[in-house]
Write a protein that binds this ligand. Structure first.
Ligand code: NCD
Length: 312
């Protein structure tokens, strides 16, 4: 399916065919990582601005690498040290950046809806790299590419998304993506970390780890988003990890032998995952990071590349 959108804001907006176009494009670009000279001319002369108002390691770095491998000029704009800390509004900052004629602005912001606001205000393409607890579409796309590569397909697969679902933009984007591609999804966590009405997104809910991980193909563990919690949602980290921490013993007792363990990072070892699980044979956490570069290349290419040409 041909890509026609100006922006990538939310998995909720996309049709299954559009999600597959994004994943297939990323898949075809993965091979660039194995080349001796990791550069193709697809975005030569294009300018990409990374506008990050929240901390990021993997996402910001992989957007930068992706842009550079496609020969774009990439500028990293961190809100710390910019005029945002002097009180300039997001829209004013973005209009000033737009005056410098970028082709794509990649934005991460603590407010849900920030990316959509910029998409409405600015003529250039906007990519949502995480807006509050709302969506993080490129994370879901890299998760989906990882799942397809390991399992070969989506239809009929099942996933458990475990932990702080309430504050997780990763969970929300994955729920939409997985459901549209024919997967079944169970979300699980302490009741205070499960959003009300989450069943309306077409998911099942479990309140015990053992129930969630039984017989699923994919277990996606989430970090407790303490920076988004207003307090009092879990009694203590110790108690949380006692009930919700994924250990080898729990996996052996309840999960399938071919289950995939995923985590968007950053991992809090010993809280949501034991180190043996994070580094163990079921874990595809580093595959996810590698796919992150391919997915961001695919997204940037579809938004800013020639609409007719091949990327590589
Ligand atoms: C996630 C994020 O920032 O939403 N990380 C990421 O992008 N890889 C998840 C998290 O911070 O827990």
């Amino acid at each position: 399916m041909a890509w026609t959108r100006k922006d990538l804001i939310a998995m909720r907006d996309l049709e299954a065919a559009e999600i597959l176009t994004l994943i297939d494009t990323a898949d075809s670009l993965q091979e660039i990582a194995t080349r001796e000279i990791k550069k193709v001319p697809a975005l030569r002369g294009k300018t990409i601005v990374n506008l990050f108002y929240e901390a990021s390691t993997r996402t910001r770095t992989s957007f930068e690498i992706a842009g550079k491998w496609l020969s774009a000029d990439v500028i990293n704009f961190s809100a710390l040290g910019s005029s945002a800390s002097k009180g300039e509004s997001l829209v004013d900052t973005a209009k000033n950046i737009e005056a410098m004629s970028p082709d794509v602005v990649v934005v991460r912001h603590p407010a849900s809806g920030a990316a959509e606001l910029l998409a409405r205000e600015l003529a250039c393409s906007i990519v949502n790299a995480g807006d509050g607890a709302h969506e993080h579409p490129t994370q879901a796309l890299l998760d989906l590419l990882t799942i397809r590569e390991k399992k070969g397909h989506f239809e009929g697969l099942s996933a458990a998304i475990v932990g702080d679902v309430a504050h997780s933009r990763v969970a929300r984007s994955n729920i939409h993506g997985m459901r549209k591609l024919g997967m079944t999804v169970t979300v699980a966590g302490p009741p205070t970390l499960i959003p009300p009405f989450v069943q309306e997104l077409g998911v099942k809910v479990a309140y015990r780890l053992e129930d969630a991980i039984r017989d699923v193909d994919v277990i996606m563990m989430l970090r407790l988003q303490q920076e988004r919690m207003t307090g009092g949602l879990i009694p203590s980290l110790r108690e949380y990890s006692h009930y919700w921490g994924l250990t080898l013993d729990r996996l052996a007792a309840h999960a399938r032998p071919d289950v995939l363990i995923m985590h968007p990072g950053p991992v809090n070892r010993g809280i949501e995952l034991s180190p043996e699980v994070a580094d163990g044979p079921y874990s595809v956490i580093l595959d996810q990071v590698a796919k992150g570069v391919a997915v961001r290349m695919g997204v940037l290419f579809l938004l800013a590349g020639s609409k007719t040409g091949e990327a590589a």
